[in-house]
Design a binder for this molecule. Sequence first.
Ligand code: MG
Length: 159
Amino acid sequence: MTIRIGQGYDVHAIADGLPMWLGGIQIPSDKGFVAHSDGDVAIHALCDALLGAAALGDIGLHFPDNSSEWKGADSKRLLARVIKMLSADGWKVGNADITIALQAPKLRPHIDAMRSVLAPILGVNVDAVSVKATTTERLGFVGRGEGCEVWAVVTILKD
Ligand code: MG
């Protein structure tokens, strides 16, 4: 069995009046993420971790932000596409661990919903998907509420 690790990172700016999609679900908020797609910064970091583990490039290579196909796209579609690419190379997901840095709103009530949405797309049990949330104690651009920052780490497996 071959095991690979991948890590991904993404940032999106926050603006008023946009829907806040994060971890595959919509978070109740009067602010959201500025993006070409739905702005789901957690899924974008996760896609980059998966692509990184398989050495298949990055999300910008496969889903260019000038492409009309991905304008306003549900990022779950991007994630499903990435999983399909990995499957074609014989890779299965082992686990995923995601850390979201966001000052507000509090994400704790939404964590399990994110895990439940992401796990079937990744093809793993929900106990193989970890989503953690933190603030940055009001420091930096995250702390000022200007953006959201996400790190993702995954393992992928091949027999
Ligand atoms: Mg992004």
